[in-house]
Design a protein around this ligand. Structure first.
Ligand code: SAH
Ligand code: SF4
Ligand code: F3S
Length: 444
């Protein structure tokens, strides 16, 4: 049997696209392999949100030349967001001439046709050209090879209309297209029947869900409809934009049984001047008030965030305001990024780009502060009994099981005769650390 290997970079949306690419390849008779060495087709599903992942792709694919020399029939493909960037196919053709196949984020459904061309001995490069408007319906009904386990990804909206000035995503994922309400509900029902216990609803801006459908139903209505799905214990979603987080949504989450008490709300920066130049559409005061309303409605919830340091024009005072905001909100954890200029975005041509040395000084300070806060918050968990959904054996220690709390904290604990994969169990936290909490099962 011919084998395929997919290497995925970037966010969950890309991971989920890789499940579709895998499904299409399996339908064609390929079987999965973990190793590039015995693969007949290798696909890099790429990310371009920052420069680093891009550089890695060019490096890794260049390395594959040695395999291609050994096996001229090997098919090497590049897909995903990096491939979809304007001018990227030309760059790939020039710098990585041994690549046979390139397809963009909105061409996944054309993969069978593209593979026909490659197998007939031609190179096949196809990305979405022209305007990035389309209805997204071509993504319906594609085969899918889901990573087996407890949790499943479900797309609810593709694309992004926000054009935050630093961000490449709207240029490579196109305009917002919501999947039909009934299609999402049916998919989640099916997942409950298949034995999945958690779904993660995916979109660059999930709380824009429904705007383009014009049937009057929004993200809160979708959560409401999914709350009654049999077999599904937990619903998560990624990512929500603070600007679009309505009181209706807060109250839906507060009253829902399955939607988890975890809010990932990317703040990006604490300075209103920077937020305005980022085109985020809110002020720090708005954000703090939102956090306050959420904490009142959902006591005990966790709040996490994304932060960028070194945005063009960010001065010491602006950065200080990010630190103050972090102290004020006390996030459970944060993904922290150094600003990376992206070709074609508004911020890339803004004046006063921040030097690398200042950026690294700032990120270090921010990471140190957040780590201290994360550890302090987690320390308070000691002695608490929390619900953990058992995901399986711990990745780092086969003697332990691991799972997450509803607030999305990772917990490891010794095996227990009645704690099986997919079960929600009560675990008492006995030792806390920055990233993993240690516990023991108290009841099943
Ligand atoms: N749609 C999501 C985020 C997608 S990208 C949202 O709006 O929340 C994930 C994170 O990468 C962003 O939240 C941002 O913090 C970071 N990011 C995006 N573009 C970046 C850039 N050019 N440089 C550094 N970080 C960036
Ligand atoms: Fe990028 Fe902003 Fe859209 Fe998120 S909301 S994907 S940061 S443009
Ligand atoms: Fe990267 Fe594309 Fe996701 S740019 S972060 S893989 S949407």
């Amino acid at each position: 049997m011919r084998k395929y290997h997919i290497h995925t970079f970037g966010c969950q949306m890309n991971e989920h696209d890789s499940e579709i690419i895998g499904g299409i390849l399996e339908q064609r008779g390929f079987g999965a392999t973990d190793s590039v060495d015995d693969a007949d087709i290798i696909i890099f599903n790429t990310c371009c949100v920052r420069e680093n992942p891009e550089r890695k792709v060019y490096g890794r694919v260049a390395d594959l030349k040695r395999l291609k020399l050994k096996n001229p029939d090997l098919i090497i493909g590049i897909s995903g967001c990096m491939a979809q960037q304007p001018g990227e196919t030309e760059r790939i053709a020039k710098r990585l001439p041994h690549v046979d196949l390139v397809f963009g984020t909105m061409n996944i459904h054309e993969l069978p046709e593209l593979l026909d061309q490659v197998e007939a001995g031609h190179k096949s490069y196809r990305v979405w050209e022209g305007d990035l408007e389309n209805d997204g319906s071509f993504m319906e009904g594609l085969p899918m090879r889901r990573v087996p386990g407890v949790s499943a990804w479900v797309s609810i909206i593709y694309g992004c209309n926000n054009f935050c000035s630093y961000c490449i995503v709207p240029y490579v994922r196109g305009r917002e297209r919501s999947r039909k309400f009934e299609d999402v509900v049916a998919e989640v029902k099916g997942l409950g029947k298949e034995g999945f216990r958690e779904v993660v609803l995916l979109g660059q801006n999930v709380n824009a869900y429904g705007r383009d459908l014009k049937d009057g139903r929004d993200f809160a209505d979708l959560l409401h409809a999914l709350d009654k799905t049999s077999g599904i214990y937990r619903i998560r979603y990624m990512t929500s934009h603070p600007r679009d987080f309505t009181d209706k949504l807060i109250h839906e989450i507060a009253s829902s049984e399955t939607v988890c008490e975890h809010f990932h709300l990317p703040l990006q920066a604490g300075s209103n001047r920077v937020l305005a130049r980022m085109n985020r559409g809110y002020t720090l005061e708005y954000y703090l008030d939102l956090v306050h309303r959420i904490r009142q409605a959902v006591p005990g919830c966790s709040i996490t965030t994304d932060l960028i340091v070194g945005f063009p024009g960010e001065d010491d005072r602006d950065f200080d305001e990010t630190l103050r905001a972090v102290e004020e909100v006390r996030f459970d954890s944060a993904f922290t990024f150094v600003y990376s200029p992206r070709r074609g975005t508004a911020a890339a041509s803004m004046p006063n780009q921040v030097s690398d040395s200042v950026k690294s000084e700032r990120i270090q300070k921010l990471v140190n502060l957040q780590n201290t806060i994360t550890e302090e918050i987690n320390r308070n968990l000691k002695g608490e009994v929390v619900e953990v959904l058992v995901e399986g054996m711990s990745k780092t220690n086969p003697d332990m099981l691991s799972g997450r709390t509803r607030t999305n904290k990772l917990v490891v604990f010794p095996h227990h005769p009645t704690a099986r994969k997919g079960d929600p169990v009560k675990v008492k936290i006995i030792e806390t650390r920055a990233w993993t909490q240690l516990g023991e099962v108290v009841s099943v």
